[in-house]
Design a protein around this ligand. Sequence first.
Ligand code: NDP
Length: 482
Amino acid sequence: MANKNYINGVWLDSSDGSTSKHYNPADLTEVTGIWPKSTVNDVNSAIDAAQKAFQPWSRLTVYERAEYLRKVLFLMRQKTDQIAEIITTENGKTISESKGEIKSAINEMDYQINEGIRLAGEIMPSERDGVLAYSIRRPLGVVAVISPWNFPFNVPCRKITPALITGNTCILKPANLTPGVGAAFVELFDDADLPKGVLNFLTGSGAVIGQALVNSPVIKAVTFTGSTEVGMGIHRTAANNLTRTQLEMGGKNPLVVLADADLEKAADSAVLAAFSCAGQWCTSTSRTIVEEGVHDKFVELMLERVKKIKVGKGTDSETTMGPVCGKDQRDGILNAIEKGKAEGADLVIGGNQIKDNGLANGCFIEPTIFVNVKTDMFIAQEEIFGPVLSVIKAKDFNDAVDIANDVKFGLSSSIYTSDLQKALTFVERTDVGLTHVNIPTAIKEPQLSFGGVKSSGCGIPEAGHTGVEFFTEHKVAYIKYR
Ligand code: NDP
């Protein structure tokens, strides 16, 4: 694999030769790669290649397309260790988290190939005699895939598989921080001899090439995962050409713990979903909302667990939490922690950058918990996207639900309780795209849709059956046969 763009089946430098350097978040003095800083000309070449490839690709049978994708799946399984190292080097997460990400991608890809094969229209009785009335589903055309750095392998896979199996062609623009993971993903398709132009890949700045993709009238759909701010901008621009959008955005996911909960399991769940991947999951638990009577005990149980987290380089087998992904991310998180302190929340653990044990050059932050957090504080309202957990006291179940819903985001939520009535009422009343009972906020499975509501998501959600729905349009036929 070269550190290059991939356009029309060829690995290329950017058209003006410009490049940018990328650094290891575990040690910012280490350059992980030099990658093309693509231009609008490169965007146009990729769009041209994808447009030319669309007709032949969409006219293959779905079984023929599936054959290519199954080859990719086979290679993905074979190359898991190699790709996991690239994820850890660019993103910082531990090797075992990187392998977990690839495993999820494999499961989702497998599922989505089959969703494409069983894609169905409808046959309905006609008003007229001798008329067959039915609908079919058709691909949209060229699709832009704009992905983030936190799940740099799984997110492109979740988007590109349903797009390709239904007959679309794609251009992938990975996050600027993780170009190598994007290239490793695309290389699998190159190795599987995917026809030229069906999948193209451009590295560089979102503000330049991402924007140019979204601006293009040739692009029929944009599937995006990232921040709410950028997602809203994409939505506005795409509207100019009536381009379809699928936006998966931020979260401020609550875990409600009631007095009747199994507190040990609830504490396991909070710590797992708050600090895995250094808190950089869109479905991380970032607020725990705890009934007053068990608040102190619950905090004590969380602290016991957090003290056992071993922060270090993702490549070190002892490490259970790696660095956050880059200097900007690190500084933003430390800034949010300062805001929490200034607003009067009580820091009970963490709060600092880690500079000892050879970690001074990296982006390591202590797992951090604030208690006595009030709902109107910055750390209760805004996505921090790092290892920072806010604990909020609730008077009772109804108060907990109100607090859980009192944010602009609506991605994931969870409740720990042994009361079935309260559990089911929570499922009904929580304003999110996915919710859980006695299961961590971060859990999702391939067979069901994944997406948020409110400022967390817009458009037909990813995964499950809706994964292929987004990438197809309906066409209706009336056929007089008698
Ligand atoms: P950003 O929104 O900054 O970037 C996401 C992607 O959009 C990147 O590829 C970026 O490119 C690109 N981009 C940036 N500006 C533009 C633009 N003007 N036009 C088109 N594309 C653009 O988010 P991050 O990558 O920093 O990811 C972190 C955020 O993503 C968090 O808020 C997190 O919650 C959210 N997220 C949500 C998920 C979900 O499923 N709901 C999953 C994962 C993350 P570049 O990197 O070059 O700037």
